[in-house]
Design a protein around this ligand. Structure first.
Ligand code: GYE
Length: 331
């Protein structure tokens, strides 16, 4: 099933400075014809999670281990991902690995990959396609389950609350699987608790800068320093932006103040959790490179990989964290 990598085509596209140029490996010589060529469409570098995810892929798919990785950073734009996929089809790569920015809009381009007989492996987020045969496998997190872990923690933390539990919800990139799952879990929990009150839903686009901006604007619109019990942040970088905005406006975050909840649990967030500024960090594991390799090895051996694989994840609070544990983690 392995194709011979088209050296000439690669050389040509480099010569003409293609859109893909930055991601190309320039050593397209014939001595490397045995390498399995992987075209990877990454979302961007919007968060610490994403950076760890890219590093995990790059560590696994090296020439020493038998791969040539064509890595494309889409800078948070779906159209860049679509362009990259078309390029990979032209180059006749062996596999396409796609981290879809949002769930919709993939049917035609994945149909093109199917017609070119290039298997597509979806990583992290899902693509909502009518025909399941448009992708070979999906590996990622169960985002609804992650959100439900956060909701269960809130239920416990506010069991005794007599008045309303006031929640600010800051969402990730709208339409992405991570946003949809984490949002659905919070919305169903709010629905199920009469005294939980959703004050607002803000779009933080998974970045610290955007969150700081929207959160500052929202807080300025509140009369005085209104009562806030929980800020439900759909990733660590959103939590960092929210903490900055809250504390600048005089809100205390921690046991006696606002409970900030986050997802990903990268080292920076775990440190904030240990020191009490973040109340709960729900883990989302970015180290998916080895799992993608297993899928590829299965397919190379003629086996059909599992259609969906989810990674196991846990929650962290100051109670189950230590400095040593944080230092021992890989991301
Ligand atoms: O939580 C966030 C990133 O899709 C799981 O995307 C991923 C999310 C992750 O930018 O930090």
């Amino acid at each position: 099933m392995k194709r011979t990598f088209l050296t000439a085509l690669l050389a040509l596209s480099l010569l003409f400075g293609s859109a893909c140029g930055a991601g190309m490996n320039p050593q397209g010589d014939s001595s490397n014809e045995d390498l399995t060529v992987i075209g990877m469409c990454q979302v961007g570098a919007e968060s610490d999670w994403r950076v760890a995810n890219s590093e995990s892929m790059k560590a696994v798919f090296t020439e020493e281990r038998g791969y040539r990785l064509l890595f494309e950073d889409a800078r948070q734009k779906q159209e860049n991902q679509i362009t990259a996929i078309r390029k990979f089809i032209q180059q006749q790569v062996d596999y396409i690995v796609l981290m879809p920015i949002s769930e919709s809009g993939w049917d035609s381009v994945l149909q093109e990959a199917k017609e070119a007989e290039i298997p597509v492996i979806l990583v992290d987020r899902m693509a909502d396609v009518g025909d399941e045969s448009l992708y070979a496998a999906h590996i990622g997190s169960d985002f609804l389950k992650e959100g439900r872990l956060a909701a269960a923690w809130m239920e416990d933390a506010f069991r005794e609350a007599e008045g309303p539990v006031r929640i600010i919800h800051i969402q990730g990139t709208l339409g992405s699987t991570a946003q949809l799952g984490r949002t659905a879990a919070l919305e169903e929990a709010v629905e199920a608790h009469e005294n939980w009150e959703l004050l607002t839903q803000l779009d933080g686009d998974f970045t610290q800068a955007k969150t700081y901006e929207v959160m500052t604007e929202y807080l300025s619109s509140l009369p005085g320093s209104g009562d806030i019990d929980v800020v439900y942040c759909e990733n660590d970088n959103i939590a960092f932006g929210a903490l900055q905005a809250l504390e600048e406006r005089g809100y205390a975050c921690g046991r006696e103040g606002v409970s900030v909840i986050t997802f990903d649990a990268t080292r920076g967030a775990l440190a904030e959790c240990l020191n009490g500024r973040i109340a709960l960090a729900v883990e989302c594991n970015p180290l998916l490179g080895p799992l993608v390799e297993t899928v590829i090895q299965d397919m190379e051996a003629g086996r059909t990989p599992d259609k969906h694989s989810y990674v196991e994840e846990q929650t962290f609070t100051a109670e189950n964290l230590t400095k040593a544990l944080i230092e021992s983690r890989e991301y």
